[in-house]
Ligand binder design. Structure first.
Ligand code: 5GP
Ligand code: MN
Length: 326
């Protein structure tokens, strides 16, 4: 950490990036780290390849997140947040490879330890827990904007203090952020408060898609682009649906297959792609980080994922064959 702090103090132009399809922690890490660098009077580009889901747009200074970066030689430092591997940031990975110093701040067990400096703590409940420690170590005051992001990163990455990564620090830091002025009701209202009729209809289609393995230990949910099209919803609306199949009794491994858009970022027509994102969740007996890694992805022991090109029937076959090992 000392080496990283030393380097941060000497940097001038910094690129901050986190993973595509960002969750609360990925967004909160960008924003809180951006504030820390503002305090040090650094020039920053705060980047994420994907649009920011609407439930996270209440976060202070969220509008500074951009979807484009300058050329690699513009920056002296890149800080990659909440990413197990560099490719997780998406297209900008090419740019980052040209930046002289790359700092990797993360809490995923499958982190490949890319970059020149690493600040990886797999016991941290969220990447913002590590950023909180950086604020403390550097004696930088946490303003209300940074506190709101740190609180939200922990709230979302721990599933509101329910997931197995919920640690003592989660409560302690959130209590401190509340003391600094964060309103838990305000944050919860934005994150969990409302849903559209389309989102409710998507839940219906998602539930209809559920398949259970013969031994009753594996649950599978499949979401297609046409389901999103039909209900007028966005990929971000899929977030959280896996809980329905994870919490079915006796299930040890829950799998959500999500058909990806074929190439283009946006389309008004339903598309049939052969690329899928697969999310994995488990109880304490199954290590899904290892399963995801065997498919070229990664994550945490109880929550992981990977992307794959395959025919859906073949993918389902491979997934159901996992049930026999449970
Ligand atoms: P989700 O299932 O919500 O996409 O992801 C669950 C966890 O697995 C997250 O911590 C996420 O960062 C990680 N993860 C998901 N997909 C990938 C992937 O393709 N590669 C890696 N390395 N990690 C992933
Ligand atoms: Mn995280």
């Amino acid at each position: 950490m000392d080496q990283i702090i030393h380097h941060l103090k000497n940097s001038n132009n910094v690129l901050l990036a986190s993973h595509i399809n960002p969750d609360g922690d990925a967004i909160a890490s960008l924003l809180s780290m951006g504030i820390l660098l503002d305090t040090l009077n650094k020039q920053t580009t705060v980047y994420n390849q994907s649009p920011i889901p609407s439930r996270h747009r209440f976060l202070p200074s969220v509008q500074r997140i951009v979807q484009n970066v300058n050329s690699g030689n513009y920056y002296d430092t890149a800080i990659i947040l909440d990413c197990g591997d560099l490719q997780r940031i998406g297209k900008a990975a090419v740019t980052v490879n040209r930046i002289p110093v790359v700092i990797n701040i993360d809490h995923h067990i499958t982190n490949t330890r890319f970059g020149d400096f690493q600040l990886i703590d797999t016991s941290a409940c969220a990447t913002v827990e590590i950023i909180y420690r950086l604020f403390k170590k550097m004696d930088v005051p946490i303003n209300l904007s940074a506190a709101t992001s740190i609180y939200t990163g922990i709230l979302t990455d721990t599933g509101s203090f329910r997931f197995s990564n919920t640690n003592r620090a989660a409560f302690e830091i959130c209590a401190e952020m509340a003391a600094l002025g964060v309103d838990p009701y305000y944050a919860a209202k934005h994150i969990y408060g409302t849903y559209s009729l389309g989102q409710l209809k998507l839940i219906n289609l998602a539930i209809e898609s559920i398949e259970i393995s013969q031994n009753g230990k594996l649950s599978l949910m499949t979401l297609t682009q046409s389901m999103l099209y039909e209900t007028g919803t966005l990929p971000e609306d899929i977030n959280g649906l896996i809980s329905y199949i994870k919490n079915i009794e006796n299930i040890k491994l829950a799998v959500l297959i999500q058909e990806q858009m074929d190439g283009k970022e946006k389309s008004t027509q339903p598309q049939r792609g052969q690329r899928f994102h697969v999310s994995l969740r488990s109880d304490e007996t199954v290590d899904v980080a290892a399963i995801a890694a065997s498919f070229g992805g990664g994550g945490h022991p109880r929550a992981a994922g990977f992307s794959i090109e395959s025919k859906v029937v073949d993918l389902k076959k491979r997934i159901f064959s996992l049930a026999e090992t449970l």
